[in-house]
Design a protein around this ligand. Structure first.
Ligand code: GSH
Length: 224
């Protein structure tokens, strides 16, 4: 690598945050460049095949998709955060994909226009929490004692749920104690804390307020 890798970000994107956590865990020096997805610059649309963040620029090469970016970062910056065993490796990848689905369900819940559609999507998220609960062992992390890429993939989801829980309780952890324990372990990590700016609660609640949805009407913008 000739230059610092450059991560192209949108300030509230959970998928970008997965890569920031991985870069911080790996202690890789990187440059963070923000784009406004509401008004994306031409240079960004030029390099991002799906018009999405994150994008990781490595010298002249461009990587997209958070799971792929994180696997690349893991491979070039040992020690590995992904299990070496092929079956475990594949299972971890699959659960990262499950995490992406959960992030999208959570997002769909935040944009649902009325209380009926909100409850419907919240119910879907509850089923996903229950399925996740069944998958977890003693913890504290997904694979046990050691942090892995699956942990980096889920931490942004738990953070978003936790940030606004005092304003509108979703109560997703109450009957899912292993997920609750996992989320608590992740929020304590320096890499997770440092993966967002110190005013993130404010930034995120402001973003939610712009969504013009049922959930947004339940949220007040308050500084931490
Ligand atoms: N599967 C992608 C999802 C990335 C994604 O959905 N990013 C959102 C922001 S959080 C985005 O760039 N959306 C812009 C768009 O869809 O036009 C990943 O894991 O990187």
């Amino acid at each position: 690598m000739k230059f610092k890798p450059e991560l192209i970000s949108f300030n509230v994107c959970p998928f970008v945050q997965r890569s920031v956590i991985t870069l911080l865990e790996k202690k890789v020096d990187f440059k963070l460049t923000y784009v406004d997805l509401g008004n994306p610059p031409a240079w960004f649309l030029e390099i991002s095949p799906l018009g999405k963040v994150p994008i990781l620029k490595v010298d002249d090469a461009v990587l997209f998709e958070s799971a792929v970016i994180n696997e690349y970062l893991d491979e070039v910056n040992p020690p590995a955060l992904h299990p070496a065993d092929a079956l475990k490796h594949a299972q971890n990848r699959a659960w990262i994909e499950f995490g992406s689905e959960m992030i999208m369900t959570h997002y769909n819940m935040t944009i649902a226009s009325d209380s009926n559609s909100f409850e419907k999507v919240k119910n879907q998220l509850e089923r996903q929490f229950e399925r996740l609960e069944k998958e977890l062992g003693e913890g504290p992390y997904f694979n046990g004692k050691n942090f892995s890429l699956v942990d980096a993939a889920f931490a942004p989801l738990f953070m978003r749920i936790d940030l606004l829980e005092d304003q509108y309780p979703l109560n997703l952890y109450q009957t899912n104690s292993r997920v609750a324990q996992w989320a608590r372990a992740l929020e304590k990590l320096k890499s997770v804390k440092d993966s967002v700016t110190s005013d993130f609660r404010d930034v995120y609640s402001r973003f939610v307020k712009t969504l013009d949805s049922y959930y947004s009407t339940q949220i007040n913008v308050t500084s931490a």
